[in-house]
Design a protein around this ligand. Sequence first.
Ligand code: IMP
Length: 183
Amino acid sequence: MEGKTINNQIKKVLISEEQIQNRVSELAKEINRDYSGKKIHLVSILKGATIFASDLMRKLEVPVTIDFISVSSYGNSTESSGVVRIIKDLDHPIEGREILLVEDIVDTGLTLKYIQGILLAHKPKSLKTCVFLDKYERRQVDLKIDYTGFIIPNEFVVGYGLDFAERYRNLTFLGILKEDEYT
Ligand code: IMP
């Protein structure tokens, strides 16, 4: 990998920076409308959703606060281990609050289903979920998702917060990694 620039490790740009920013603005518009007169407490899942959550929250016009939760998921592999465990819990109580859970990508749905269950057990006033990407064809569990950025095909993607082995999160676009980068 040494000596290569990031862009020649990417096979294809799936979603450009401009498309991402336009879609985030559209989502924010919808959320602003739906939460008019209310306050939103965002719960962002570490680490992948942080870039999306920070862009989204800057476009929200209703009062907004944010907290973070972290669970284990993929490690360094591109296949889901099915192991979901809390690594970092929320800092603030969510009981009685309007919670908007923000996630980078839903694949099998196991991670999100688990986190939705944890949050609901704390009795928020409402719980909605906003995901940047949905690999719909991979879904293994039934899930309620209220806002979706893009539905994407079953390819391993990186950028805009999503990583492979902790790299590529800083790409401003969403790309598909060349296979020789992870095989
Ligand atoms: P799920 O539990 O199978 O839905 O997996 C969700 C988690 O897997 C996400 O939070 C991501 O961390 C990771 N993930 C799934 N697909 C991708 C991908 O294409 N690129 C990077 N991470 C992914």
